[in-house]
Design a protein around this ligand. Structure first.
Ligand code: SF4
Ligand code: FES
Length: 362
């Protein structure tokens, strides 16, 4: 038997189609066309294979998963396979009736995204007029039906001042958890680094505020926090380790260790159209490329923190240091750390006047 543990969580990117136009979208620059999306039957097979492989949690994401007409059928198929299902949505495209159908089909949990904490800012950041009002209506239905709710607030230079309000909203909506994620720069978001990158002061304030709120809201609200990469000293444990606990499936069926993995040019990813999920997880050389720590170079190889952060993010190491096996440049020990700091300062200096470049699904 292989020593590689099975994955626990799978992110199914059902589609890249999305009514919003968020400038921080982490999906790739090239989006998949609707014609290339996996069919209901394909996904049903993949869910069964995932459960058989050991996956416990399924996150249904996008784009906006509600743009898939067969969303209810997909939830039912996942539940029949024995998976715990979480819908990651902006709320746009969900009606009360649709939510009730999803409930009947067995949907376990909803994660609702917030682009801003008032209509003016949320609609401007999401590039969708009326989106905030619609989302508040959907949040009400989610509460009435009784879905467990997590809020996801992506925060950046232009909306970080609303973090206290995000925490209040989570309590008002009866959410059990909020993910406070300072924007991460992958995919489309790279185009908006100047406009979105928080200042160092904002990043520090957010850290302090989250630490305080975790104390004061203990037992009432769980707060997950993703700090600002470019202002950090040590990197995040990206994906909890490459090919370690989770996998992503792109709308066309490509199986990836993380959402940005396709940016690493020498890796070849396999698709569920041709192979079983089991074969891909255990045998695809791309999944094995950064498993464990044999691939590490110095300074990670001999670092006392390597079991903590696993060297950070491979995709960010490629994007900034030019080598996916290098230490994540967020790390103070990385030779590229000074470059990352300088980039943060340069983007911050530009940020005041930078325009948002919206992401539209064409
Ligand atoms: Fe993590 Fe590598 Fe930095 Fe050590 S040197 S803290 S393992 S990124
Ligand atoms: Fe690919 Fe972090 S996003 S390893």
């Amino acid at each position: 038997m292989s020593r590689i543990p099975p994955p626990m969580a799978m992110l199914a990117e059902l589609t890249h189609r999305c009514p919003l136009a968020c400038p921080y979208c982490s999906n790739p620059l090239e989006l998949e066309a609707q014609e290339r999306e996996l069919s209901t039957e394909d996904w049903t097979r993949v869910f069964a294979e995932a459960a058989e492989l050991g996956v416990l949690q399924l996150h249904l994401s996008g784009g906006e998963p509600a743009t898939r007409r067969d969303l209810t059928d997909l939830v039912r198929a996942a539940r029949e396979a024995g998976l715990y299902t979480n819908l990651i949505t902006s709320g746009i495209g969900l009606t009360r009736r649709r939510l009730e159908e999803l409930d009947t089909a067995g949907l376990d949990h909803v994660q609702l995204s917030l682009q801003g904490m008032d209509a003016e800012l949320a609609d401007r950041i999401g590039g969708y007029k009326g989106g905030f009002a619609r989302k508040m209506q959907v949040a009400g239905w989610i509460g009435e039906i009784g879905f467990p709710l997590t809020l996801n607030a992506v925060l950046h230079r232009q909306n970080l001042h609303q973090l206290p309000r995000a925490l209040e909203m989570a309590q008002e909506m009866g959410a059990r958890r909020i993910e406070v994620a300072i924007v991460q720069f992958y995919g489309w978001a790279m185009k908006n680094r100047a406009a979105l990158m928080p200042t160092r002061e904002q990043a520090r304030e957010a850290e302090a505020l989250v630490a305080e709120a975790r104390e004061s809201l203990k037992g009432k609200l769980v707060i997950d926090f993703v700090p600002a990469d470019y202002h950090g000293d040590y990197p995040k444990r990206c994906m909890n380790g490459w090919g370690s606990v989770g996998l992503n499936i792109a709308p066309d069926g490509l199986v990836l260790p993380c959402h940005a993995a396709r940016t690493i040019p020498h890796l070849e990813f396999w698709t569920v159209r041709d192979r079983s999920l089991r074969e891909i997880w255990y045998d695809n050389p791309a999944f094995n490329a950064y498993r464990g720590d044999d691939w590490m170079k110095e300074p990670c190889r001999s670092c006392e923190r390597k079991a903590i952060d696993l060297g950070g993010c491979r995709c960010q190491a490629l994007a900034i240091a030019g080598d996916p096996a290098a230490a994540d440049p967020v790390c103070v020990k990385s030779p590229a750390h000074a470059k990352m700091r300088a980039m943060a300062e340069a983007f911050n200096a530009e940020g005041e006047s930078a325009e948002l470049t919206y992401r539209h699904y064409a």
